[in-house]
Design a protein around this ligand. Structure first.
Ligand code: PLP
Length: 398
């Protein structure tokens, strides 16, 4: 009898968290590593949000809450959807979980069965395929093209759909590419989903981090038919620099939300009471800190993308949202350093970490080996130095 389940044996740890751990361990040895690895804002959580948590502690709001979140937070989420996307939800259509990742996990457990197919456009967020597999379903990876802005075309989607298709995962704006779908593009996708009778899981966690006036649209808001088939996954982590607070949420059909709540009730129970109170303040309190953070991200985006595109051989799509650059470094594959050949994104990322002391995440982890992911949720100073180091290191390749 083997100790581990097949499920556990086949599961790798999240590669983004693994890179960060390696970079942190080098830093603890006194090595100055510039990290483009983290998928989290470098800003502090805004003061008004922290104050709401302090108040919750002082008032003794430190006990179990309703499994799927307190009504006050559900109401704040309902307000948020109405305000930002014109979507009306009831409390029974909302669940609060321990992070957006947890919301997605519960959802996968609630709707996927053995053999169901789930379409995932690549490049994708690293956790989608494993979470789909853990639920017994089959991830159907559909490659998107840089020339299409890394977006799935209607033809791509039609090609991937089969009678077994249970859902499509849409992540707009996207981690890792920063691309985002326009209303027109979403209308086409919605049509196909309605015709094909499958669900759309819309991960909108980067909704608020968009640039150059890009207008975010939730696919659920297009019409009633698609709203009935859409489950929105969202969270406070990225917008409000609250990655450590672990609050995510989902909105969708009551039957699905109720099943997610049952799963949550038998696993984690409620998300942290204090963090829930803080999230109420985040969602319906003043939003000016968000505007400031997005402005800073926009400046960094312009700088990092310009510089990456100036590196000989490198090309980088200009993201319209999120805080990641996803440059194509493949012209350097096949080159060598000290007699050792670099053949793929993992070996190039290792080379950057060992030689340049710069942490990036290999594109292969997102299903796109020609690329590396650089998070620019880090200071301008570090971005500048990190890019200097990358440029210097690349010159050493022959
Ligand atoms: N969805 C996407 C696309 C993400 O990039 C992340 C975090 O990296 C999440 C969901 C989950 O965020 P959290 O669990 O921190 O709320």
């Amino acid at each position: 009898m083997s100790i581990l389940s097949n499920r556990a044996k086949n599961l790798k740890p999240s590669p983004t968290l693994a890179i960060n751990a390696k970079a942190k361990s080098m830093q603890s040895q006194g090595i100055k590593v510039i990290s483009f690895g983290a998928g989290e804002p470098d800003f502090d959580t805004p003061q008004n949000i922290k104050q709401a948590a302090v108040k919750a502690i002082e008032e003794g709001f430190t006990k179990y809450t309703a499994v799927g979140g307190i009504d006050e937070l559900k109401d704040a989420i309902i307000k948020k959807f109405q305000r930002d996307s014109g979507l009306s939800y009831k409390r029974s259509e909302i669940i609060v979980s321990c992070g957006g990742k947890h919301s997605f996990y519960n959802l996968a457990q609630a709707i996927f069965d053995q053999g169901d197919e789930v379409i995932i456009p690549a490049p994708y967020w690293v956790s989608y395929p494993p979470m789909v597999s853990l639920a017994g379903a089959v991830p159907i990876l559909s490659e998107t093209k840089e020339k299409h802005g890394f977006k799935m075309t209607p033809e791509d989607l039609k090609r991937a759909v089969t009678p077994k298709t249970k859902a499509l995962i849409l992540n707009s704006p996207s981690n890792p590419t920063g691309s985002a779908y326009t209303k027109k593009e979403l209308e086409k996708i919605a049509e196909i989903a309605i015709l094909g009778n499958f669900f759309v899981i819309s991960d909108e966690i980067y909704e608020k981090i968009v640039y150059d006036g890009f207008e975010f649209v939730s696919i659920a808001s297009l019409n009633d038919e698609i709203r009935k088939r859409t489950i929105i996954v969202h969270g406070v982590a990225k917008t409000y620099a609250m990655t450590g607070w672990r609050i995510g949420y989902a909105a969708g059909p009551e039957e699905i939300i109720s099943a997610m709540s049952n799963i949550q009730s038998q696993s984690t129970s409620n998300p942290t009471s204090i963090a829930q109170k803080a999230s109420v303040e985040a969602l319906i309190g003043p939003q000016n800190e968000v505007v400031k953070m997005v402005k800073a991200f926009a400046q960094r985006r312009n700088y990092i993308v310009d510089r990456l595109n100036k590196i000989p051989g490198v090309s980088c799509y200009k993201p319209v949202g999120a805080f990641y650059a996803f440059p194509n470094f493949s012209p350097y594959y096949g080159k060598s350093y000290q007699g050792k050949k670099i053949s793929n994104s993992t070996e190039l990322a290792d080379f950057f970490l060992d030689v340049a002391r710069v942490a990036v995440v290999p594109g292969v982890e997102f299903g796109a080996d020609p690329f590396e992911r650089l998070s620019y949720a880090t200071s301008m100073e570090d971005i500048r130095e990190g890019l200097d180091r990358i440029e210097e290191a690349l010159k050493k390749l022959t």
